[in-house]
Design a protein around this ligand. Structure first.
Ligand SMILES: C[S@@+](CC[C@H](N)C(=O)[O-])C[C@H]1O[C@@H](n2cnc3c(N)ncnc32)[C@H](O)[C@@H]1O
Length: 330
């Protein structure tokens, strides 16, 4: 749907249509700023707000059916009739909080040995709306149909895992859930829910369902996302006896400058040195990573745990996909 829409937006730009006015001033925006997704997110938000009735007929996220022959003219008319409304969100970065990535992260925790399976204090950098801080409340189903978590859970992650079966950890609980983000989204507010929904592509019902169910859960379960950079947040983490302290993150490392990456890595190493059997520490990530310099980017699940022996060392556990489902364990 978005490929079809964006290719018509390009034609429209070339032929001097209404997108010229809407995108004025953004002609030289750099590619990674994802102008196309900012435009589409802004329009999706108008559809979700019921401010684009004609176009809504074509948006599956509100019960419509996508059809480019009808959808593109309706999209174009919206640009022509409400250019200022569309421009309102063009300066915002796309903000997503992908619930499916919890599949990779929870699966990573299931690789921990028994002595590290204490109650978990979870810390997340780049947590966005903090929805994955609630991952111990999700139910994950692997390719064979085996489940982890309460099958009646609000959030169900199907086809979460493939490959080697994981060792169950039914008692897995997060006794603390704290995240940080430079631009946190308040998932408990109407505005925050709208933001997170608008940037999910309207013809991806599975992602939209997972997000809606996690947003409902967020109304009921306690967690906190601080407005703070990753390095300052990591600096303040301390270990605690009787609990496994976990620092996890997904698809955020690329946004840190080199200095901040180095500062977070140094703090992780320092916490690792402080870790003991009574207060273990785990660093777990799902990030686009190259296995070898020059190799392709893969969404790898990587874990390191302390105290060092016998569990220590950085281990690639498996590879996932951008939205986290499925993860294939090595
Ligand atoms: C692509 S989103 C991923 C959000 C979430 N981790 C997920 O997987 O759904 C990246 C997040 O990193 C945040 N971010 C970028 N730079 C940051 C920094 N220096 N410190 C903390 N968060 C940062 C952004 O605001 C954004 O919410």
């Amino acid at each position: 749907m978005y490929a079809e829409l964006l290719s018509r937006v390009v034609d429209d730009l070339v032929h001097g249509g209404p997108s010229v006015v809407v995108l004025a001033g953004h002609e030289d925006d750099p590619g990674p700023s994802a102008l196309g997704l900012r435009l589409l997110g802004s329009v999706h938000r108008l559809v979700l707000q019921r401010r684009a009735a004609e176009l809504a007929v074509y948006y599956p996220s509100v019960g419509g059916t996508w059809d480019v022959d009808g959808g593109w003219p309706a999209f174009r008319r919206l640009l022509a009739e409400q250019p200022d409304a569309v421009r309102e969100w063009l300066d915002r970065p796309p903000q997503t909080n992908e619930v499916g990535r919890a599949g990779a992260l929870v699966g990573g925790l299931l690789h921990l040995d028994d002595e590290l399976r204490l109650p978990v204090r979870l810390f997340e950098i780049g947590a966005s709306g903090g929805l994955n801080l609630l991952a111990d409340r999700f139910c994950l189903v692997d390719a064979t149909g085996s489940t982890h978590g309460d099958p009646a859970a609000a959030v169900l992650l199907e086809d979460a895992w493939r490959g080697r079966p994981l060792r169950p950890w039914p008692e897995l609980r997060f006794v603390e859930r704290v995240g940080c983000d430079l631009r946190p989204v308040d998932a408990r507010s109407t505005e925050g829910r709208l933001t997170l929904t608008a940037y999910v592509w309207p013809d991806q019902p599975g992602r939209l369902d997972r997000l809606r169910n996690a947003l409902d859960l967020a109304q009921r379960e306690p967690y906190e996302v601080r407005r703070q950079g990753a390095a300052d947040f990591a600096d303040a983490i301390e270990l605690c006896e009787g609990a496994t302290t976990v620092l996890w993150h997904s698809v955020m490392w690329q946004y840190l400058c080199r200095d901040e990456q180095a500062a977070v890595s140094a703090r992780i190493a320092a916490l690792g040195e402080q870790a003991t059997r009574k207060m273990p520490f785990v660093h777990l990530s799902l990030e686009p990573t190259r296995r070898t310099p020059g190799g392709p980017h893969e969404f790898l699940v990587v874990i390191e745990s302390w105290p060092g022996e016998p569990t220590g060392g950085r281990r690639i556990l498996g590879s996932s996909v951008g939205h986290g489902l499925p993860t294939t364990w090595a």
